[in-house]
Design a protein around this ligand. Sequence first.
Ligand code: SAM
Length: 352
Amino acid sequence: MDLYIKDAAKLLQTTTRAIRFYEEKGLIYPQKAVDNNYRFFTDQDLLRLHTILALREIGIPVQEIKQLLSEEGMNTRKYLDIQRAALFEKWLEIRDMLGTIDGMVGRTEYSDFSMKDIHKLAQHLKNLKEQRKGWVDKWDFDSWADNFDSHIKQEGHGFNVHQGYDEALAKVVQLVERKENALVVDIGVGTGNLGAKFLQNEGSRVIGVDQSDEMLLECKRAHPEIDTRKGHFLALPLLDEQADAIVSSYALHHLPDKEKLLALEEMTRVLKAGGQICIADLMFVDKSHRKEVMDELQAAGNTEAIAAIEDEYYADCSVLIDWLLGHGYSVDSWQLNDILGIIYAKTEGERY
Ligand SMILES: C[S@@+](CC[C@H](N)C(=O)[O-])C[C@H]1O[C@@H](n2cnc3c(N)ncnc32)[C@H](O)[C@@H]1O
């Protein structure tokens, strides 16, 4: 049943003034009765208001909320998805802050402790926050969603970035051990080509995470069984130690190198002990391999390939492997062609 503003405020435990404010700012647009001009609120209006209040509660500015809710055709699932993604981001921010404070408290025990330590730790926190919040989708993946699958099949003129795509996805599926009732998380799920392959496992659940709403819609359309969630590599919409396996294909190279390590840390957070990570992506074996490939492309005059590679952040596989080995994983890797590699990592009990 539709509610008047007073009843809506009471139900949502807010004030009529706050509701009018969000209306003035263009976040909500309740209809008005023709005879007396009173505003009335439908269930969808109430859900939208509830979302706005929840996001305000965790300190998200009004303008940012307006942006988050700007999409057409919002529905209950989307409102909840937006709230979940925002809450996870906030939760991680608070965890980072607590970790930093713990570090500061720990440092005060040392006799050589000085204010410099505090500044260093505060800077560390600022950097973390900037990295988690700073990523922007400069490629506009929403606009790719419609014809992404046909795009994969197209060969470039001088450079086919998806060369080996099918082979790589098949190898990921082959590498990841199939446990009964496993939870597999596919990050940068896109239209779901990799995640869907794990649905064939008896009892497996697949969560597909992506920062692009349109990709998530396409994924859901093609594979309704995938639990699609808005989120990103640096703030996964999952609680700690939930996943048996984390997979990702052709997505990690959209993060700058430093952020890739933060992404591995975030994967480690949501992975169960004994869990697996398998990443197929555009990468070079190491720095000298990158130089070798780039020199060859240069010599061949392949400017298309050079521009494409430089537009993204192809990984240095050796750096990822070092990080994983240093954090309690056993690791294997394969280079499938000049630019495509696979890393498979497994935790052996305790991680650190
Ligand atoms: C090239 S598509 C690959 C899609 C799919 N994994 C596949 O192999 O077909 C890259 C996907 O990664 C997503 N993506 C890129 N950067 C991301 C980030 N930081 N967090 C989450 N998703 C991201 C994009 O939105 C897009 O859907």
